[in-house]
Design a binder for this molecule. Structure first.
Ligand code: GLN
Length: 190
């Protein structure tokens, strides 16, 4: 399997390093033909307004939607989780982000406060079994509401921090920074 990491802005390299550690091939992708050539796609953390603008600028929204339609694994971490949601909060509206709407959920963009409130917490993710998962949160979003077809994978303080709908998976936190490969593996295996 070759995994593409959307490389318009955000922590692309960290994802690639985490994938290399689990012997998964990856490449950074930022145009239609390179996105079409990969088997799974990750939209990384970063600044969701910037990533949204660059997706529009490079004309990639339709191609990402098509990717999801083909039922290839599509993962959004942090800012990526914001962009994959169907519905945004006031902040998303104010910053005029074009959400991709590939998971039936309403996102709260900075659910856990600002940058200084970045934190790490070990949290139970039942599908992973075993030990709680070390979740690294950085200005993290969360989902407030999800549709009937969305599987909630984990919650923290009453907020949805990991979920999936079909092959589209999202995390509020940064699995690429945790040093624990279980969650990325789980989402990539679809
Ligand atoms: N909350 C940030 C945003 O919406 C995302 C932060 C992150 O990706 N680390 O842009």
């Amino acid at each position: 399997m070759k995994v593409g990491v959307l490389a318009v802005q955000g922590d692309v390299e960290e994802h690639q390093k985490a994938l290399t550690k689990i012997n998964v091939q990856s490449r950074s992708v930022k145009d239609e033909s390179s996105i079409k050539a990969v088997d799974a796609l990750i939209i990384p953390g970063g600044e969701s307004t910037t990533i949204s603008k660059l997706i529009q600028h490079h004309g990639l929204a339709d191609c990402i939607k098509e990717f999801a339609k083909q039922k290839k694994p599509l993962i959004g971490t942090c800012a990526g989780m914001v962009l994959l949601a169907r519905e945004g909060d006031d902040q998303v509206r104010k910053t005029r982000q074009n959400l991709l709407g590939l998971i039936d959920a309403k996102v709260n963009r900075n659910a856990f406060g600002s940058q200084r409130e970045s934190f790490e917490e070990k949290i139970e993710i039942p599908v992973l079994g075993g030990n709680p998962y070390p979740c690294v949160f950085i200005r993290a979003p969360a989902y407030e509401k999800t549709g009937a077809n969305v599987e909630v994978l984990a919650t923290y303080q009453g907020k949805i921090i990991a979920a999936r709908e079909g092959k589209v998976g999202v995390t509020s936190f940064h699995p690429e920074l945790s040093g624990d490969p279980r969650l990325l593996k789980h989402l990539l295996e679809g």
